[in-house]
Design a binder for this molecule. Structure first.
Ligand SMILES: [Zn+2]
Length: 317
């Protein structure tokens, strides 16, 4: 039997956890579904990645209200993917902050990405009709580094290099050495690399490691507490990216086409990573993007709902 497209057959709800990581940081995690980070400062709350719809964001707000009455003033988008940004309107924050690179990607491909992502994973877009029409626009952008002070609490927004996307931003609390990584780091979850820079991603993870975080909220999977767990998350993510790239490069070097490279890479990686959530969903996109990068496309091509299905039919049909 053919595999159902992407995650259209994934219908089972996940259990949500809301965990305190340090004095000021909380992780909203859901067994491999997209995570949200929460930073509670002296006078305001910051939310990092919003969930996919306003109705889903309401569950984050409910949990924030269990621990603080402070206003939610800032939303940070770690990158442009719809599943991260379309819940933003629920928070009614004063500011939505993203890197300039992320802003530019929303301009260039936001509409196509929205249609594509909703088609790939309907369960993750519960009550999608509550998403306002159009795009979620940042109200403030930065390049490289931006520092916010939530009272006495220093919060740094950092671009440490390209990886999951061109615009990746991490949120770093230097006083408590806590990091919210977005999809640059995953744990027990397959990194989605359909819009990635395979050559840059490992170096970017080295830059994350150089901060020596004591706690890390990955894009998917459980919060990682303690230097050893953080290191496990960084090295397993880097290992997956390196393994995909090595397999694709080896296939391209001997003149294999995308279909052959895909089948070979899937078979090689399945025993090692097949237990990670969304492995079957991500692999066709990841290998296609890596093949593109190794051959003729330094920058990720735009995924559309139609291109998604065409690719899937070729590789899995
Ligand atoms: Zn993403």
């Amino acid at each position: 039997m053919n595999k159902a497209f992407a995650s259209q057959a994934d219908l089972e709800d996940k259990k949500v956890s809301f965990t305190r990581l340090s004095d000021n940081a909380y992780a909203y995690t859901a067994e491999g579904d997209p995570n949200t980070g929460v930073v509670i400062g002296d006078d305001a709350v910051m939310v990092i990645d919003t969930q996919a719809t306003p109705v889903m964001a309401q569950d984050v707000i409910r949990r924030i209200r269990n621990v603080t009455d402070k206003p939610i003033k800032v939303v940070v988008l770690s990158h442009y993917h719809a599943v991260r940004v379309l819940g933003a309107s629920a928070y009614q924050a004063d500011h939505i902050i993203a890197s300039r690179d992320t802003y530019d990607l929303i301009v260039e491909r936001g509409e196509q990405d929205k249609a594509s992502e909703i088609g790939r994973f309907p369960r993750l877009f519960s009550n999608v009709e509550t998403v306002p029409p159009g795009m979620t626009w940042p109200t403030m952008t930065f390049t490289g580094k931006m520092t916010l002070w939530l009272g006495q609490l220093e919060v740094q927004l950092l671009q440490l290099g390209r990886g999951h996307t061109q615009g990746d931003t991490v949120v770093w609390l230097p006083q408590e050495r806590t990091l919210l990584s977005g999809d640059l780091v995953e744990f027990d979850a397959t990194p989605y690399a359909g819009d990635a820079y395979f050559k840059d991603w490992p170096k970017t993870l080295e830059n994350v490691a150089a901060l020596k975080p004591l706690a890390l909220v990955p894009g998917r999977g459980p919060a990682l507490v303690g230097e050893q767990r953080v290191q496990e998350g960084l090295s397993s993510t880097a290992g997956f990216i390196a393994d995909v790239r090595a397999s694709v490069e080896a296939g391209v070097a001997v003149g294999k086409d995308l279909n052959a490279v895909y089948k070979e890479t899937f078979a090689k990686l399945k025993p090692k990573y097949g237990h990670w959530v969304i492995f079957d969903h991500c692999m066709p996109f990841d290998v296609t993007r890596c093949f593109d990068e190794v051959t003729q496309y330094p920058d990720p091509r735009i995924w559309t709902a139609q291109r998604d299905i065409e690719m899937w039919t070729v590789l899995e049909g």
